[in-house]
Write a protein that binds this ligand. Structure first.
Ligand SMILES: NC(=O)c1ccc[n+]([C@@H]2O[C@H](COP(=O)([O-])OP(=O)(O)OC[C@H]3O[C@@H](n4cnc5c(N)ncnc54)[C@H](OP(=O)(O)O)[C@@H]3O)[C@@H](O)[C@H]2O)c1
Length: 257
């Protein structure tokens, strides 16, 4: 049995809590927050505490809090077990004040109120000794069939890639939704296209399956689109992305992938 304390109450804290609860080999002994009233989600399901309390003993303390406060909060924590954070961007060394430290980064997008199945979610782990790494492997394997050890420098690059493929892509959906709204078009007409674009890159390089006016070099269409966009930011984004695509595929004509 692995005993766990979760520190935090947001998207990741709630998703990890539910995943841990599903396993007979994991016991969530406590959830910690800044105030007890913020921990309502976990009420009656485990012990609740604030950072000012003496925390219960646990094998692993999972710090699922905002990136920017991980260093400060961890510096003020008194825990005996293995302390891990769940961030893609924060280095392991941020927890250096403690002896037993690690990272338990689930590579997925989590939103409060939407509990996900973690069985296919990659869990990226890191620790500063073998024993702790093995414990994180055991924990990860209880949740997911894809647990992988990744050092802080590589995790940072992975996180940058995740921002491009997830956060920026979602922002593109938002722009698409706005463009549709301006012409009173139902945005859901684009759903099959969104799904197919995501499915198409399974098992191939996205570079090989790029389509669109910029890839084809259709100057008249590109110009017509820019004329339609009234919003300056949208025009700038459209131009920047189209120029990047044109440059990449102009290179490709000389040098195949
Ligand atoms: N969301 C994702 O998709 C995702 C995916 C993978 C990894 N992560 C990582 O997981 C971590 C948590 O992300 P999240 O999305 O769960 O965040 P979130 O929902 O915004 O929750 C942030 C948490 O940080 C706490 N917090 C903020 N300032 C604090 C402070 N000064 N002292 C103590 N606690 C503080 C908040 O507590 P209060 O409620 O008291 O403000 C809350 O529990 C981050 O490191 C993030 O990079 C997120």
């Amino acid at each position: 049995m692995i005993s766990i304390t979760i520190l935090g109450n947001g998207n990741v804290a709630q998703n990890l809590f539910e995943a841990f609860q599903k396993s007979d080999s994991i016991n969530v002994v406590q959830v910690v927050g800044r105030t007890i009233d913020k921990l309502n989600y976990f009420k009656s399901r485990t012990s609740l505490a604030t950072y000012k309390d003496d925390l219960l003993p646990a094998d692993i303390y999972v710090l699922a809090i905002t990136d920017d406060v991980i260093l400060d909060v961890s510096n003020n924590l008194k825990v005996n077990g293995l302390l891990v954070h769940t961030s893609g961007a924060v280095p392991l060394s941020s927890l250096n004040k403690h002896n037993k430290i690690g990272v338990f980064y689930p590579l997925q997008t989590f939103t409060t109120g939407k509990i996900l199945d973690l069985s296919t979610v990659p869990i990226c782990i890191e620790a500063n000794n073998n024993e702790d790494l093995q414990l994180l492997h055991r924990l990860g394997n209880l949740l997911s069939n894809r647990v992988t050890t990744i050092a802080s420098s590589k995790r940072k690059a992975l996180h940058v890639a995740a921002v491009f493929v997830n956060n920026f892509t979602n922002f593109m959906y938002t722009i698409g939704e706005q463009v549709c709204a301006e012409s009173a078009i139902d945005f859901s007409l684009l759903n099959p296209l969104i799904q197919e674009t995501a499915k198409k890159i399974e098992g191939t390089s996205p570079k090989l399956v790029q389509t669109g006016p910029a890839k084809r070099g259709d100057q008249q269409t590109l110009h017509a689109h820019l004329t339609l966009l009234e919003n300056k930011n949208q025009r700038e984004i459209y131009t920047l992305l189209s120029n990047s695509i044109k440059a990449m595929y102009a290179e490709q004509k000389d040098k195949p992938l």
